[in-house]
Each structure stands twice: as C-alpha cells, then as structure tokens.
Design a binder for this molecule. Structure first.
Ligand code: ACO
Length: 323
C-alpha cells in the first residue's frame, strides 16, 4: 500500500493582531461575550494588499524548509480556500509560480472550513494511485475580506492565516501501524446551504459578498456530525478511540471542540487548541494548528492524529494520520 506520509509542515499569520476589545469600538459586544461564547481572544488580519496567496506562499516556504525540500521537488499542490485572490486563475497556481515548482500541477479545492480535510483526501488518493509522489497541501484564507463589520454575530469569530503540509509517498504494509494518512471521510449536505453562506458571487451579484451565518443552527449540526465523522475515520482505519494521541480539530469555537471531544470520548489534554489566538481561519485552521503544535515539539513520530472539520455547505469530514 502506498501511503501519504507527512514530511514537513509550516504556517503563516499576518502581523496584525486584533484583540477582542477592539471590536467594542464598532459593534455592541464585549471581550467577555466573545471569550465565553467562542473561546476566541484575538485573531490576525491581513494588511491592506496582503493576499491569500501571500499567506499561502509563506506557509509553503516554511513547510519546504521543515522538509528540507525545494519547490521543484513538489509534484502537485492542492490549496483549500474560500477566499481566493481572484475568480481565476486558481490561487494554487500563483503559489506554484512563486515556489518555482515548475512541472506538475496545482489547483484549488473549495469546501470552506472543511477544505483542508478535502484537500488532504485528494492528496492522499493521488499518492496512493501513483499520480503524484510529493504533494503540498495548503489551507489559506483571508476571511477578513468577506466579513460584515456591522454584524456582531459573525465579525468577531473569524481570522486570517495559512498552514501547509507536505506529503510524500512511502510503502506501508496496509496496517494501521503504517505512517501516513490512514483514512479520510468526506461528507456534505446541500440542504443546509442557507445556514452559512456568502451573499455574493460571480454569477449572482458580481461582487465578493459578505458572510452570513445562523450560528446557533450551525452549532447544533457541528458536534454530532464531527463526532460521527471522527468515529468513522477511526473505524475505517481499524483504530479505536484510545489509539488517538492528538486531535487537531477545525478551530471554530472552543465549545464545539470540547463537546465533540467529549462525545468521541477523548480528554482535552489530547486536543490541540489554537482558537484563542487565531479565531476561525476556515480552511487554514487545521494545518495552522498542526504546524503550531509541531513547532512546539508536541508530536512524536508514530503518533496518531485525528483531524475533523465542518463548514458551509454544510460540508464536513475527518482524517487519521500517523505522524
Ligand atoms: N456580542 C454580544 N452579543 C452577541 C454577539 C456579540 N458578538 N453575537 C451575538 N450576540 C447576542 C445575540 O444577539 C443573542 O442575543 P438575544 O438572545 O438577545 O437574541 C445572544 O448574544 C445569544 O446568541 P446566540 O447566537 O444564541 O449565542 P450562542 O451561544 O449560540 O453563540 C456562536 C453564538 C458563538 C456564533 C455559536 O452559536 C457558534 O459558535 N456557532 C457555530 C458557529 C461556527 O462554528 N461556525 C463555524 C463553522 S463553519 C465555519 O467555520 C465557516
């Protein structure tokens, strides 16, 4: 069995840090409300002119350094984003050019906050089939560009950032002891389009639009769908809950993270939490959290990581990766 093994990761956060208290100046909110309802304390926002591709390129360069590779060593690049630089070309091809990847191919994946899990699944399948041997998987977002600054129920929750993970093909024996991506579970249900969306687009308003969310409704779906996807990812890899060393969840809301961990039966010591410092960075949140935890030396070779995410669509999924 050809496995997709992690050989390097990286992340990038824009320099500007915005504390909760800053929102008190323009919407009726408080640091206390934001902290207690979401766990968020601060987030980073991109500077004027700073693009999603800029964030992605910085994260990708850190991942290449971490792996001891160059752009030309990468066969394929899959970039998850809901906030691309332009309608086309794909943000992925901009990153491809900047990294001087040369031959091979690059494309964007759009599954909003679940985007990284979808991109990871693509990458793992391409490596498994022999279509590519080294794949750069990136999640990068500038959600600050689509926030409605007059809507206190959404503008306080999101942030900008990017994370990258390089996967490389390696032969495994097909057991759950192999290193690499062991399983991925992808789901979506378009009946819930209206719970979380952007009210603009190329073929509708011709504008980028702004984010609209029925937070309470999304919350209701999140815990049960994330826990079910996580359990399915473990089962399909032949793993038990106790085999999990780390959960790297989508960082949307600390209450969702805690409730999902509780439902799966995992203690908080095993959960990587960065939402307090990053807010919800959509497709970037898992690779960002992964890279931050890795820089802190938290993962050991052979550790079993469980990732899970949910976002607009609704779209959700989970993956297991042996580090
Ligand atoms: N400051 C102060 N008060 C606020 C704010 C704010 N920023 N936002 C909302 N309120 C008010 C509401 O108006 C409401 O007032 P009311 O009772 O008078 O109507 C009250 O606070 C409670 O609002 P709820 O929406 O019930 O608060 P809740 O406890 O559900 O928390 C939250 C809201 C944080 C949005 C939560 O529902 C949530 O996290 N939902 C999931 C959202 C999510 O995770 N989305 C991301 C997944 S998909 C993706 O990542 C794109």
């Amino acid at each position: 069995v050809r496995r997709a093994v992690a050989v390097g990761c990286g992340h990038y956060l824009p320099a500007r840090v915005v504390e909760n208290a800053e929102f008190e100046k323009f919407v009726d909110t408080s640091d206390e409300w934001i902290r207690s309802r979401s766990g968020i304390e601060r987030r980073h926002f991109a500077a004027e002119g700073e693009k999603t591709s800029d964030l992605a390129i910085a994260a990708a360069r850190m991942a290449l350094d971490d792996a001891g590779l160059q752009g030309s060593d990468i066969d394929a690049l899959v970039l998850a984003t809901a906030t691309p630089d332009q309608t086309f070309p794909s943000t992925a091809t901009r990153v491809q050019a900047a990294l001087e990847m040369g031959e091979g191919f690059a494309y964007d994946v759009h599954a909003v906050c679940a985007g990284f899990v979808f991109a990871l699944s693509n990458a793992s399948a391409m490596i498994g089939s022999g279509q590519a041997n080294r794949v750069m998987v990136i999640g990068a977002e500038t959600f600050s560009r689509i926030l409605n600054w007059e809507d206190r129920t959404t503008c306080v929750l999101f942030g900008d950032g990017a994370g990258a993970l390089i996967l490389e093909g390696a032969d495994g024996d097909g057991s759950s002891a192999d290193r690499g991506v062991l399983s991925t579970v992808l789901r979506s249900d378009g009946r819930y389009n209206d719970l979380l969306y952007v009210d603009g687009g190329v073929s509708t308003t011709g504008t980028a639009g702004q984010l609209v969310m029925q937070g309470r409704e999304v919350f209701k779906h999140a815990v049960s769908k994330l826990a079910a996807a996580g359990e399915e990812a473990l089962e399909s890899a032949g793993l038990e809950v106790d085999d999990v060393d780390w959960v790297v969840p989508h960082q949307a809301n600390l209450r969702i993270i805690k409730a999902t961990a509780g439902k799966i039966g995992l203690p908080m010591e095993k959960i990587v939490v960065t939402v307090q410092d990053h807010g919800n960075t959509s497709a970037a949140s898992i690779p960002l959290a992964l890279s931050v935890a890795n820089s802190q030396g938290r993962f050991r070779k052979g550790d079993l990581l469980l990732m899970e995410a949910i976002g607009g669509g609704l779209t959700w999924g989970a993956a297991t990766l042996r580090w």
